[in-house]
Design a protein around this ligand. Sequence first.
Ligand SMILES: Cc1cc2nc3c(=O)[nH]c(=O)nc-3n(C[C@H](O)[C@H](O)[C@H](O)COP(=O)(O)O)c2cc1C
Length: 606
Amino acid sequence: MELKKGLERGPFNDDQADKLSVALSGLDSGQLQWLSGYFTGLRQTSLTKTSAKSLPSGSDSTLVDEVKAETIHILFGSHTGNSEGLAKNLYARAEEMGIKAVISDMATFKTRELKSIKKLAVIVSTHGLGEPPVQAEDFFNYLHSKKAPNLAHLQFSVLALGDSSYVDFCQTGKDFDTVLEKLGAQKVVPRQDCDVDYADEAETWQQKFLNAIVQTNGQISAVQVKDLPNNQVNGTQYSRKNLFEATILEKINLNGKGSSKETIHLELDLEGSGIKYEPGDALGVYGANSPKLVQSVLESTNLSGKEEVETHEGNKTLFDALTYNYELTPLSKNTLSEYAALTGNEGLKKILEDKAVIHEYLSGRDILDLLKEVPYKLSSKELISDLRKNTARMYSIASAQEVVEDEVHLLVSVVRYNAFGRNKEGLCSSTLADRLEVGDKVKIFVDKNTRFKLPKNPEVPIIMVGPGTGVAPFRAFMQQREVLERKGPSWLFFGDRNFTTDFLYQTEWQQYLKEGVLTKADVAFSRDQAQKHYVQHRMLENGKELFEWLEKGAHFYVCGDAKKMAKDVDIALKQIIQQQGGITIEKAGEYIKNLQISNRYQADIY
Ligand SMILES: Cc1cc2nc3c(=O)[nH]c(=O)nc-3n(C[C@H](O)[C@H](O)[C@H](O)COP(=O)(O)O)c2cc1C
């Protein structure tokens, strides 16, 4: 290409025109198109830096319109902060590309704004059993109600966060996608469903979304976008995508002799990593399948394990791939449907027709059960392509860095059970309990949880409900309050099976009580008497005082089992508010909702 003198010389002098001519010679049309987008991006960046409002009078008004037209609205619905983190990241990237963006939490979003939004990014997780996070409930219900407006003026895309070990994988994201389309909105890029290791998929979706937004305005984006800051743990090179190998410093079974449970306290060394975490954050830990289970899977498929296979971490022997890169337990819905399609088995297909039957079938089964029940001659490639990628298990951190410095402590309940004629174990907890010893290394990353944090004001009272391993983050809370001399009132509800064998960190709680770091502790040991007692019963017995604490502005925290405990605690709390507040159950529900929306009722449940 040559810049001719005259018309095409544009605003350049002879010298500039000659230099440009040399620089552009030999470029093909694709490269020129890229450059065109690059210059558009540059122009927009400088435009946004001065901001549309502060443009000098007489500026080209079409430029202002261009920026306005590109404004994107990012709406997130998040419970533990992952979707929120990604939304903030998308916001930062958009700004970097010169695209004006607005970000809102679904919890506080004013639905009347929908009328004026043209480009919408929805980033939302799924909780419960296929339900929206509490913070997203009202907006979700509004879109599904008769009040929902026509959205034909709106372009959108959904980034759905979830966990494919749940049957209703990314259900809320799917529901948003469907309802927005039903209301007339047009999809700019397809929905992206993300599993627990969401970094790569989220990044690809973000790039696609932003590029589509720019292109719908007749431009091509070429501004390079930076790596996800959300994946970076402050001040360190280590992240979800670049795991740190932490050495195990200590491993103790906290349950006494004769206990029916096995709960291990782990101390990991972070020295040299620069990793920072805060109480309330979780640690992602990668486990490996037991060699015995890998061998049994190989035997049932008549594969030797020596076959070379391609994995997301490069080529490996099948044995190693099955040990480190794929999950053999638990069985996922995805694996079941892939296997049903591969084998053409009618029985499996029938199971997949009904959610309740799928739940029942998956419960307690692993891949070996499936391979034995429906034998099929699989190739090594078919076997691994049916399996879920090995994903990290998240453990609530049980320490505060102000106290343990270069260490991180975890409380891990070891999962062991018998089902379908075999003894089974949890992938990660059994790795930590049985296959790794002090001195061994384990791959980890910090998973920030912005939604489970101590109140900023140290004087604010806190109520902590954490039976079993649910007590882990509260140990971190207490460590932090002690070292920072934050002695606002604090109340712990702890429960487990038996007092003598299962009172986790008993001496530490007693010491905190003595020092006044912990103001009150109520415990419930379910199997010490004929009638079962749980934390919710202790809450109800203390209803009057608990309500007084809430009325004084206490923050309420619950951590642990999501299926039963957290639901029972929620019911008890509602009952207390109803009785002590002298209000209806509906009003008590609203009271709870307000606590949740204002982050005064925080849950870390699993
Ligand atoms: C109690 C609980 C229930 C969950 N239920 C589901 C589910 O039904 N389907 C799903 O795909 N993911 C489910 N998840 C996984 C979350 O969607 C996933 O962890 C997501 O990254 C959380 O994003 P957030 O931090 O923005 O809320 C559940 C997680 C928890 C803790």
